[in-house]
Design a protein around this ligand. Structure first.
Ligand SMILES: [Cu+2]
Length: 309
């Protein structure tokens, strides 16, 4: 009886030790040195960039709500996505505009990982980023206040090849502004895997066949020249069309644009206002180019701006 009990006790202790050995010991990093401008670091590989707990972005009258998320990072989260090596436990997060977001980032691997957000306004986040970084297994916490606009932010780990191998996500504020490709479990890959036969190789040019004899048709170079003329004709048509539509939109839209810029830049310094205005004008210009391209395609019934597939 005594022997049986001893064996049972031994088995229980062994099983407990095995389970415990597989659990990583997560160290919390909460004694970071504040280097100013939201940049905090410690000597053990912990880093926060863009920390902001109380400064309201332009357009936010107050913090809309306080949200806390816990993000786990590690190779074990890649298992359900073939072809990846690293991953987050979730790859998409949604919050309201002007949310004060606190992120607890738990790195379960024995390497460095990051939770890095891009595309933040530089008048407030001088690197345009919010960033948590830690050598695992460890955890770190940071906070930021999100801007008022509907926007989708890229989130990734910037350590070489970690994003390409699955550590990529998106943070959607409000209605967002679209999606990013190749986010595991969320969006299609930018370059899908192809396991089919490789495409046939083009035949090498036969120099003799290109020799022109009297009475032959025009050589390929002439055809190329004709094609170039046709393309430049198309381009000229595009620019004249673009110009007319652009002028019309400019005359009608300018008063609204100036009023919008004035409202958005209230309370900013001159440098911030200039940066904010340039960003707004660039976005507007890109939207106009897309609109004109779309209109031309509708009018002409063909894709003049996009390369043929
Ligand atoms: Cu990483």
């Amino acid at each position: 009886m005594k022997k049986t009990l001893s064996v049972l006790l031994f088995c229980l202790v062994s099983a407990y030790s095995t389970v415990n050995a597989e659990e990583p010991q997560i160290v919390e990093h909460n004694q970071l040195m504040d280097h100013g401008d939201g940049h905090l670091m410690d000597m053990d590989g912990g880093m926060i960039m863009g920390q902001n707990k109380d400064k309201l972005p332009a357009g936010c009258d107050k913090v809309s709500e306080d949200v806390k998320i816990e993000v786990h990072a590690g190779h074990k989260y890649s298992k359900q996505f073939p072809g990846t090596i690293f991953g987050f436990d979730k790859h998409e997060w949604r919050v309201k505009p002007c949310t004060r977001l606190t992120v607890l980032f738990v790195n379960e691997d024995n390497v460095r990982h990051q939770w890095m957000m891009h595309g933040l306004p530089k008048f407030m986040y001088d690197k345009g980023m919010f960033h948590l970084e830690i050598t695992g297994p460890a955890k770190i916490t940071g906070t930021l206040i999100l801007p008022a606009e509907d926007k989708t932010y890229l989130v990734h780990c910037d350590i070489a090849q970690h994003m390409e191998k699955g550590m990529k996500g998106e943070l959607i504020v409000g209605k967002g502004s679209g999606t990013f490709p190749s986010i595991p479990g969320i969006t299609d890959p930018a370059i899908p895997d192809n396991y089919g036969p490789s495409p046939s190789q083009p035949k090498p040019l036969d120099v003799n066949a290109a020799t022109v004899k009297p009475g032959d048709q025009a050589p390929p170079a002439a055809s190329a020249a004709n094609a170039a003329v046709a393309i430049s004709g198309d381009t000229a048509g595009f620019f004249s069309g673009t110009l007319i539509i652009g002028l019309l939109v400019g005359f009608v839209g300018a008063p609204f644009l100036f009023r919008e810029i004035e409202q958005r830049c209230k309370g900013m310094t001159a440098a911030d206002a200039l940066q904010h205005t340039l960003k707004l004008l660039t976005d507007l210009f890109n939207a106009l180019v897309r609109l004109v391209a779309w209109l031309l395609r509708r009018v002409t019934g063909k894709d003049k701006l996009l390369p043929k597939k």
